[in-house]
Design a binder for this molecule. Structure first.
Ligand code: CA
Length: 226
């Protein structure tokens, strides 16, 4: 059962969240102070934190900063003003989502579900004996027990391939996965990322060919060759 930490000083709002989240099959813990949230997360780590920005002691922003020193737990901000959201989006404080008050508790519950689903792969044990471990949150991939030093694009590329083993992706589809617009020369861009990715994989396992080339089609991840 996913455990949610709610940090909110208005009990009426906290109550509706507790109710909606429990109805959705989550267990919840409610605290009113940012400092209490940090302590709570250290002692009993939650799977997700819902964090109000306006708190009586330290702000939600500061709370998040303190959480980030030891935890990569997903954080959803509750904001009373649009101006605060600009800060959520503008600052690199690692928010996973936000809602503006007044909000529908059901909507919050739905978003919590979506975030937890997105996070799920990292807590699940490897489904088969794949030599890759994917940690989407930390943007880290471990290959045969060794963490790979990947650029952002290499990470996305490998993530895309790993998530659908044996599927042949065209270069355009892979580019899409990177969030880059197709442009003149995009095929070469993908090819050069694949080339450097392969070089890094070969440093771990020289004879393996986890990324297969399909001439005229694109690339796939082949667990059989990993
Ligand atoms: Ca508040």
């Amino acid at each position: 059962m996913p455990h949610i930490l709610i940090v909110e000083d208005e009990s009426a709002i906290a109550d509706t969240l507790v109710y909606a989240l429990q109805a959705d099959g989550h267990s919840t813990e409610w605290v009113t102070l940012g400092s209490a949230a940090v302590e709570q997360q250290r002692a009993h780590p939650a799977d997700l934190v819902i964090l109000d920005i306006g708190l009586p002691d330290i702000s939600g922003f500061e709370t998040c900063r303190q959480l980030r020193r030891f935890s990569d737990v997903p954080v959803m901000f509750l904001s009373a003003r649009d101006a605060e959201i600009d800060r959520v989006l503008g600052l690199e404080i690692g928010a996973d989502d936000y809602v503006v008050k007044p909000f529908s508790p059901r909507e919050v519950a739905a978003r919590v579900r979506a975030i937890l689903k997105r996070m799920a792969p990292r807590s699940e044990p490897a489904a088969d004996n794949t030599p890759f471990q994917l940690d989407t949150l930390a943007m880290r991939i471990v290959y045969r027990g060794q963490p790979l030093a990947l650029t952002r694009h290499e990470f996305r590329l490998l993530q895309c391939l790993l998530e659908q083993p044996r599927r042949v992706f065209s270069r355009e589809q892979l580019l899409d996965g990177l969030g880059v617009a197709s442009d003149v020369g995009y095929e070469r861009t993908i090819d050069s990322h694949i080339k450097s990715l392969r070089a890094k994989l070969r440093q771990v396992a020289a004879a393996a060919e986890p990324i297969q080339t399909h001439r005229g089609l694109g690339y796939s991840y082949s667990p059989e060759h990993a």
